[in-house]
Design a protein around this ligand. Sequence first.
Ligand code: PLP
Length: 451
Amino acid sequence: PTGPLRALDAAHHLHPFSDMKALNAEGSRIIVRAKGCFLEDSDGNRILDGMAGLWCVNIGHGRPEIAEAVQAQMAELAYYNTFFKTTHPPAIRLAELLAELSPPQFKHVFFTGSGSESNDTVLRLVRTYWAKLGKPDKKVIIARRNAYHGSTVAGASLGGMGPMHAQGGLPIPGIHHIAQPYWFDEGGELSPEEFGLVAARELEVAIEQLGEGNVAAFIAEPIQGAGGVIIPPSTYWPEVARICKEREILLVADEVICGFGRTGRWFGSEFVGIEPDLMPVAKGLSSGYLPIGGVLVGEKVASLMVAGEFGDFNHGYTYSGHPVACAAAIANLRIIRDEGLVERVANDIGPYLQKKWLALGDHPLVGEARMVGLIGALELVPAKPERRRFPDPGKVGTICRDFSFANGLVMRAVKDTMIISPPLVLNHEEADELVRLTEKTLDDTYAALKA
Ligand code: PLP
């Protein structure tokens, strides 16, 4: 029964990223079950999950193969750790599988429990790496404004979100933020290609200012997700890769959203054509069925670790390589691989949905529609064709998101940017429904603004 559950939720549960007063005034939406691309709430509504949970349920909801793998592993070995010379078959097998599926420079993985923990691990790995090479001053990590890299202290510090920094006195020292390649908002009169170069060169300027001897790494998502599905101009990544190489700084690609097929390649780095040194992962690693993350560590750093140069790397989590989470991840990666889901995104459902999604750019409320793989955005604008924003950022996006829920579709609003990132198993019929519901949602929002 919805009523009593909602009251209990209001009485006891503090939700992430929520104003509890506003949430409780409205009442939380209680999701009771899910199958494939659809959710069901406690009022019996069927909702198309256009966000794959939180950008993570790549194989769709309710796959029995995962439940079976998890149950079998629970019965065999529900928990053991990977500290102090011990390990277990699921961690070993998952590490092997990740080495097989990732680009050739990645033969090693360090397991964590989440994307945030993965980025905490990144921070310690890159600083330790340079210290062991006799360059202890190379400590500063350059990240981007408006980026999201998690909610732990290091994750939120690497992230570039002002409201997150404002709570708890972040960022921690030694982190420097530069531009995001967000042409729609920040490109001004430049072409996307010109702007891509300008944004990339901020990295070089920052390295000059900070001193090359003080900079350890640059971290960014290949395609920035929570910042608003920011697909960089084609000029951006080649220039960033050049700068990292010439300036001897490590390149970290946060693959927490982009990894495991979202862009139509196994990793977003492959999609944008870069060869990072480290890749933090989570989400699609287990399709969210159980919490697990990791850092794929390229040979540049891993070779030092396996040669004993790090000594003890004094870092790790009780749940690093949790056996049941590893079993879920193995079963999940096998589904992605054996069902050809990555190729499906590249050659079938990706192009199919992209065509229809980009056509939404003709709607009077949409200033730009963009999508690669199965990750896309719509920029809501007060008047076309200018790339101008509504005066009260986020207000219209929230209205649109609420219409979307009411119409039976989960979309996310990042201020006035509407986002989708559906499961990779989305079929053509579901893609049509997604577009139809989005169109209705845009119409409803437009009508409400005119009223
Ligand atoms: N990095 C990116 C790019 C993310 O999108 C997220 C989560 O949304 C994280 C890191 C943090 O992952 P988690 O929520 O698993 O800690």
